[in-house]
Design a protein around this ligand. Structure first.
Ligand code: ZN
Length: 680
């Protein structure tokens, strides 16, 4: 069995060669200011290390966590640094006031102990020095860690218990929303500021009248009425600020039961995430820990509060129903979630607009300001041509060739990086050599020659500091270096490029997959609408490309007929009427502006809307006569003229489908004359 060595015998030359880390921590900023005593104690530990034989230059104080309260390593830069240094075997001694509280949870502590044991690092606190490789010492340290965690737990539950029992009586002071203040007896009262009171009364009145949060925002905006906000922190704590009422603020106020005079506690819960951060979320009303109605005066009654909530919910459902008519996530717009407004920088949302004949078209809408502040929406961009332009751009830009070039450049950079790395490494080696030289000089000097020894010692220290600096610099650049893409990734990228156009053009590739691919390639797309639509595409990796596409035709322009067709109609009208033209077109396979086959009506429509000369006008201009005119000319009845027309005695020209006809001028060979000649 190994016998525990006396304190000083635990420290060996190998320990002394390495650094001693003194870890100083204070949880809150307040502690940093007020609890200077313990900071002093922590700094006193340095003296212990010096007395154990560590040179003062080798003692590093880690105090970057002063003022951090995180209970896990994740947010504590200083502790992380300590762990790294220990695991690299650069540390001979770790010091802390109560070492078990170095780490604030047992898992972190156990890990630190484990690493200390592997790297043969000693641990020191006010009560003694421990060697984690020694079983008894490690047991003790583990116990200390456990107790520390227990202590923390007990402390927390005691505090929480106290808070809870106070909260159950409605006496636990929580932060009041704007519109309420505590009086000198800590009772909640309505803000004595008359303007604040009036603002809130007006707010609830308007909501009751309009029944919608958005309408309330708009009403405030229309009359340019500002809304109060009491600042909760910072140098202006407690003062009032008058701001524009926003939609999110409206929602917060309507949902806060305090405005109905109710006291609540535990409306929000928190959940720890894997990365050490915390997420807060609201729980339903029946899960609140405390909820006391009529605890203090309010602006509205509880009934009114519940009605308001109901109203918000109904509005949300109504809104969703409208929304659901458009495909929510499966929509085919490729740029979903990637579009940024070129005018204000906000993300743009997508609307799917149903055009005639079941055609769905995306449109991009910047409406954050509209929702939040009741202003007009910033931009509305019809997106018909956008997806096509982006697809074309991708197929053009994502080719194996372009990617090969990009990767080549990367390789080039890497080689240069390696060269730089070599140079930096040499710098470290030189510093190491200098430090060794200085040490040897110091060792060789006669101890009695104090003056020389002191100078040499100072020189040695300086060299050691230089070495440290060089090493840090080197390590830092190495780390940056290691973040570059690996070889496998490169092959994957190249493969994607090779298959890309094939995959993209395949009609079986679902829009969802295309969207996923786009997210690999494009960072975002900024859109501005002017005479044309400008798309600034930012690729992943920094390359940019600007596209310009014409504005898609407006609704009425959609139904416009091809100019070629119009010209053809113009030609055909010389010899044909509307239905004949329609038949000719359908035989030749032409389609109208709305994509339908031609008929008499739309040929007529095109003729009129394009101001073409009608068939009738054309015939008239070549001197064709109406039946009445012929009758008058020949001195016969209209019926006779028509009969002659039918029998072919006079040549006729139909100008419509209802048997409307014009007649050839009888001239010298008029049928009447022929008749008369016969009679003679
Ligand atoms: Zn905008």
């Amino acid at each position: 069995m190994k016998i525990s060595l006396p304190k000083h015998q635990k420290v060996t030359a190998s320990h002394l060669k390495r650094q001693a880390y003194c870890y100083v921590r204070q949880s809150t900023l307040k502690q940093v200011f007020e609890n200077t005593e313990s900071t002093k104690r922590q700094y006193a530990l340095r003296e212990r290390a010096i007395s154990l034989g560590w040179p003062i230059v080798q003692i590093v104080t880690v105090d970057s966590d002063l003022g951090e309260t995180a209970t896990s390593v994740a947010d504590r830069e200083g502790f992380r640094k300590l762990m790294t240094e220990v695991s690299l075997g650069r540390v001979g001694l770790v010091m802390g006031l109560e070492v078990s509280r170095l780490a604030r949870n047992n898992a972190d502590w156990a890990r630190l102990l484990e690493i200390c044991a592997i790297t043969d690092t000693l641990i020191l606190d006010e009560e003694g020095i421990y060697d984690p490789t020694d079983f008894n010492d490690r047991l003790l340290l583990n116990m200390k860690g456990t107790f520390s965690e227990v202590e923390l737990h007990v402390l927390r539950s005691r505090l929480r218990g106290g808070a809870l029992s106070k909260a159950r009586r409605g006496e636990f002071k929580t932060r009041l929303p704007t519109g309420f203040v505590y009086d000198h007896n800590d009772k909640v009262i309505i803000d004595p500021d008359k303007q604040v009171q009036q603002s809130f009364r007006l707010f609830f009145d308007i909501f009751q009248r309009t029944g919608a949060a958005f309408a309330t925002v708009k009403a405030f905006r229309k009359d340019d009425v500002k809304f109060p906000l009491r600042i909760h922190c910072g140098p202006n704590k407690g003062s009032l600020q008058w701001q524009t009422l926003t939609y999110s603020r409206t929602q917060t106020i309507l949902r806060n039961p305090r405005y109905a005079g109710a006291y609540y506690y535990g409306r929000q819960r928190s959940r720890k995430n894997v990365d050490g951060s915390t997420t807060y979320f609201c729980v339903p009303q029946d899960e609140w820990i405390v909820s006391l109605k009529d605890a203090h005066p309010g602006y509205i009654t509880w009934d009114q509060y519940e009605k308001n909530l109901c109203r918000i919910r109904e509005n949300a459902i109504a809104y969703n129903n409208i929304d659901r008519k458009t495909p929510p996530r499966e929509g085919q717009s490729l740029l979903q979630g990637l579009v940024v407004c070129g005018k204000c920088g906000q993300r743009m949302t997508i609307r799917y607009k149903y055009q005639c004949k079941g055609r769905v078209e995306p449109a991009y809408l910047c409406q954050r300001n509209r929702i939040e502040k009741g202003e007009n929406s910033c931009q509305y961009i019809p997106g018909a041509g956008v997806d096509e332009a982006i697809s074309k751009l991708l197929i053009e830009s994502v080719t194996p060739l372009t990617l090969e070039v990009a990767l080549e450049v990367q390789r080039e950079l890497e080689t240069r990086f390696n060269e730089a790395d070599k140079l930096r490494k040499q710098q470290v080696e030189r510093a190491e050599y200098d430090a060794n030289l200085a040490r040897r000089r110091f060792m060789q000097v006669d101890p009695d020659n104090r003056l020389v020894a002191d100078t040499l010692e100072a020189e040695w220290n300086e060299k050691l500091r230089d070495l440290q600096k060089a090493t840090d610099y080197y390590e830092k650049h190495r780390r940056l270096d290691s973040e570059k893409p690996q070889k496998e990734q490169k092959t994957q990228i190249l493969n994607l490029a090779r298959d890309f156009p094939k995959l993209w053009k395949n009609p079986k590739t679902p829009a969802r997959e295309k969207k996923r691919m786009i997210r690999f390639l494009i960072e975002d797309v900024t859109m501005i609408k002017a005479e044309e639509i400008t798309l600034a595409v930012r690729f992943k990796g920094g390359a940019t490309k600007t596209l310009k596409i014409p504005l898609p035709p407006k609704g009425w322009q959609h139904a416009q007929t091809d100019p070629e067709v119009i010209k053809l109609i113009d030609d055909l009208l010389n010899n044909h009427n509307y239905s004949e033209i329609a038949t000719i077109f359908n035989e030749r396979g032409y389609k109208s502006g709305t994509g339908m086959p031609f008929d008499r009506k739309n040929v007529k429509g095109v003729t009129h809307s394009n101001h073409l000369k009608t068939r009738y006008a054309r015939l008239r201009s070549t001197g064709k006569l109406t039946a009445e005119e012929v009758a008058k000319l020949l001195g016969v009845t209209i019926q006779t003229v028509r009969l002659w027309g039918k029998k072919g005695i006079i040549k006729t020209y139909p100008y419509n489908d209802r048997n409307g006809r014009l007649y050839e001028h009888p001239g010298v060979n008029s049928p009447l004359r022929k008749k008369r000649k016969k009679a003679l």
